[in-house]
Ligand binder design. Structure first.
Ligand SMILES: Cc1ncc(COP(=O)(O)O)c(C=O)c1O
Length: 381
């Protein structure tokens, strides 16, 4: 049997990882500033994480949501503390798309309405409603097409007001920082406007925090910078440091009922053990503070390169916009300097490293980046 060929892959086989470093089958070391797409939050093979999972595996790996799973309650409590949303309720699932799917569905159960506001260049996942709220027609199958999603320009307050006035809006879904969309930071006033209009029209504010959340920006949710609360926050990626887990946290104003949401795998013992290890590591080693500090340092240094068009982001979610003639930079970083980075179209290098990235590793990247830009000058000249 062959694999279903949907990924344009790099011909590199990573066989080992430690912290922010990974190694290929030939033993070559790479600096990982991509974190497998913002997933590695506390570093590869973090000892606390490995031990927690190993210990749990010897106890029990899985049982369904038909029995008591105290680990879920411990996770909810810890998540409430670390995120500062202690009065919210946690529903666990397995991925970011599934988290958003549940958030959008729950909003509609709550207010009985159908229309969803999403934004240009948004990415919310590939399940039916999440993909319908994703602004990329190439990944929306005909069966997923719906009139229920209204796409608005990014951070356009007048367009938002008009859409609310003209439609029965169930929910607004927004990334605090668009990831796939090229590291675009939502303005604080726009997030505040969403809050006001959702209150005015009894709509649900959904903060997609799958990529920009979980401490990456220096605050637990990037939407927190606006000083307002969303009704539902979706999360995944960094939550399990590689173990598949997602979830939504839900404001106390939305009440549950039996059968409203459900999942077979969500919240299983192993997933909870992984997520608890992540939160413990974050809290004990102050990783949000490190993300803010090392991220601010990186952004400040990156802004000094004259060939860089713009540096955007917060904490360790950074986009470096380059001119077209520097489209080769990412490849050179990977193949010449052995540094993994992410990308966003058309020409943005995305940095999404582990939250405990050291300043030494940040400097290693800056030196390599300077060399690539310097050699590009010679080529262009
Ligand atoms: C903002 C955002 N939402 C949702 C998703 C979907 O997450 P998953 O791939 O875990 O389904 C992603 C994935 O990249 C994302 O970046």
């Amino acid at each position: 049997m062959k694999l279903f060929d949907v990924y344009p892959i790099n011909p590199i086989e990573i066989v080992k990882g430690v912290g922010s470093l990974v190694y290929d089958a030939q033993g070559t070391e790479y600096l990982d500033l991509y974190g497998g797409h913002a997933v590695i939050s506390i570093g590869h093979t973090n000892p606390r994480y490995v031990k927690r999972l190993e210990d749990q595996l010897h106890q029990i790996g899985f049982y369904s949501n038909s029995i008591e799973i105290p680990l879920q309650k411990q996770l909810a409590e810890k998540l409430g503390k670390v995120s500062g949303k202690e009065d919210y309720q946690l529903f666990l699932c397995n991925s970011g798309a599934e988290a958003n799917e549940n958030a959008l569905k729950l909003a509609s159960f709550y207010n009985g309405k159908k229309k969803v506001i999403a934004f240009r260049k948004a990415f919310h996942g590939r399940t039916s409603l999440a993909v319908a709220a994703t602004d990329n027609p190439k990944i929306v199958a005909p069966v997923n097409e719906t009139d229920n999603v209204i796409f608005l320009p990014w951070c356009d307050e007048a367009a938002l007001e008009k859409a609310f006035a003209e439609n029965e809006i169930s929910s607004v879904i927004i990334e605090g920082i668009q990831g796939v969309g090229g590291i675009q930071v939502a303005t604080e006033s726009f997030l505040q406007k969403i809050r006001t209009l959702c209150d005015q029209y009894n709509a649900v504010f959904i903060a997609d925090s799958v990529q920009c959340g979980y401490g990456r920006t220096g605050k637990f949710f990037s939407h927190d910078f606006a000083g307002v609360n969303a009704d539902i926050y979706s999360m995944a990626k960094g939550m399990g440091n590689g173990f598949p887990i997602g979830g939504i946290i839900i404001s106390p104003k939305i009440q549950p009922s039996y059968g409203m949401l459900g999942t077979t795998f969500g919240g299983n013992h192993l997933a909870c053990a992984a997520a608890l290890a992540v939160l413990e590591e974050m809290a004990e080693n102050n990783l949000m503070h490190n993300a803010a500090e090392v991220g601010a340092y990186l952004m400040e240094e990156l802004k000094k390169f004259e060939q860089v068009k713009e540096v955007r982001g917060r904490g360790l979610m950074i986009g470096i916009e380059l001119p077209e003639e520097l489209a080769h930079v990412r490849k050179e970083l990977l193949y010449k300097h052995h540094i993994f980075t992410g990308e966003a179209k058309p020409n943005v290098v995305r940095l999404l490293p582990a939250l405990n990235l050291s300043k030494a590793h940040a400097n290693r990247f800056l030196q390599a980046f300077a060399q690539v830009l310097e050699s590009s000058k010679e080529t262009v000249a």
